[in-house]
Write a protein that binds this ligand. Structure first.
Ligand code: SF4
Ligand code: SF4
Length: 158
């Protein structure tokens, strides 16, 4: 009985080994079918799915202009107070006061990447970026100011 069980165990072990080797051999011959990615070695060639969401960013053009009016719709849409819009008043050429964005505060450490703020924005001023390497030693670094230094609103955006 002992010998019989022993032979059976050896047979199962060899069979299991060959099953694993078959898979290894398959991917060795056809490396294009490998699903597991060798991160971070493949950082340069990394392909992220189109719908992958990494963090909220504000879009700025080559003139350092954005489309944020400071309306706070994104802040109101956010379910967990990730966004804080601080506004100021600019003076128009006509001498009138006009509300404008002062600081867009974004707490990445709170963000669930739900996309609700992006949907709520009436001027498409913000979008999801595909960045994902967010590890920091000091969590205060995850609180970001999304409007770039010296940026201003594009002309004609209301
Ligand atoms: S993606 Fe969701 S959780 Fe993150 S800031 Fe926008 S609304 Fe808030
Ligand atoms: S990002 Fe869009 S929704 Fe948020 S304050 Fe600016 S204009 Fe309003």
């Amino acid at each position: 009985m002992f010998i019989k069980d022993y032979i059976k165990d050896v047979y199962n072990a060899v069979r299991s080994l060959l099953t694993g080797m078959k898979t290894t051999g398959k991917y060795f011959i056809r490396p294009g079918e490998i699903i597991t990615q060798q991160y971070p070695e493949n950082r340069e060639q990394l392909h992220l799915p189109e719908r992958f969401k990494g963090e909220v960013v504000m879009i700025h053009d080559e003139n350092n202009e954005h489309a944020c009016t400071g309306c706070t719709a994104c802040e109101l849409a956010c379910p967990n107070a990730t966004i804080k819009i601080i506004t100021k008043f600019d003076i128009t050429p006509e001498g009138k006061k006009k509300k404008a964005l002062d600081t867009f505060v974004y707490h990445l450490e709170l963000c669930t990447l739900c996309n609700l703020c992006i949907i709520a924005c009436p001027t498409d001023a913000i979008k999801m970026a595909q960045t994902f390497e967010h590890s920091v030693y000091d969590r205060s670094q995850l609180t970001k100011k999304l409007n770039q230094p010296g940026s201003k609103i594009k002309e004609g955006v209301e």
